[in-house]
Ligand binder design. Structure first.
Ligand code: SAM
Length: 234
């Protein structure tokens, strides 16, 4: 049942994000992709389905087990999974990749700047000389500056799941997630500001960083729920 629910949710995510990531990767002639935040496997499965040679990494063995099961349930895909912490990625994942993806507002789980720099440097080092990093984040600027406007996350949660900030300052964003069955839980995240993220990526060596708002090139600064950064190595 849990798996089935997850896969139903996947259909909604497919619809909301369309072909954005696939188009970005194909436009750059990407063949080999490292998904560093596999989670339950949504993007990894999508990539395999589209014919990308994909390695699915995550720090959590439990998540990788779910991803593997989901891949098989979804299309009998056999994901190549590897347990790896972003901060030691090059130790545990071998080979070079045309693209690294870190999606689903995952980078927000790092709470120290040192860890963020280390993780980005590890992503950079996994890439070929002309590789690309695609990393997304919730729009924390609008939450920090204007209060919280969105009642649902753009594509991570199902429609019935609400995510509301309980506490927000420059060092912590605590969200409360409420599910249709009445259950709820709180999650602590680091509120990444958009320009801070862009600066960090440039400082570890990415030459060009394009930022999209909710999959669009142009956006009003406060509008999007999510930002997607596309960072090129050359
Ligand atoms: N990309 C997936 C999605 O969009 O459905 C999953 C996103 S989930 C919010 C974040 C994932 O990042 C979790 O599976 C977690 O285990 C992983 N993660 C968090 N910190 C990590 C770290 N330091 N190293 C490796 N994985 C990490």
């Amino acid at each position: 049942m849990e798996k089935w629910d997850e896969l139903i949710d996947w259909r909604r995510r497919y619809e909301s994000e369309g072909t954005f990531f696939i188009d970005q990767l194909k436009a750059r002639g990407v063949k080999r992709v490292l998904d560093v935040a596999t989670g339950t496997g949504f993007h990894s499965v999508r990539l395999v389905q589209e014919g990308f040679d994909t390695v699915s990494a995550d720090g959590s063995q439990e998540m990788l087990r779910k991803a593997f099961e989901n891949g098989f349930a979804y299309g009998q895909y056999v994901l190549k999974v590897v347990q790896a912490d972003w901060r030691y990625l090059n130790r545990d994942v071998h080979g070079e990749f045309d693209a690294v993806i870190c999606l689903g507002n995952s980078f927000t789980h790092l709470f120290s700047e040192r860890d963020r720099r280390k993780a980005l440097a590890e992503f950079y080092a996994m890439l070929k000389h002309d590789g690309v990093l695609i990393i997304d984040q919730r729009n924390y600027d609008s939450i920090l500056d204007d209060g919280f406007s969105s009642t649902h996350s753009y594509y991570y949660c199902g429609e019935e799941v609400t995510a509301e900030p309980e506490y927000v300052d420059e060092g912590l964003a605590r969200f409360r997630y409420r599910f249709p069955d009445g259950s709820e839980y709180a999650l602590n995240m680091f509120p990444l500001r958009k320009n801070y993220m862009r600066r960090l990526m440039r400082e570890v060596g990415f030459q060009r960083v394009d930022t999209f708002g909710d999959f669009q090139k142009t956006y009003h600064e406060a509008d999007p729920d999510f930002f997607i950064h596309v960072a090129e190595k050359t």
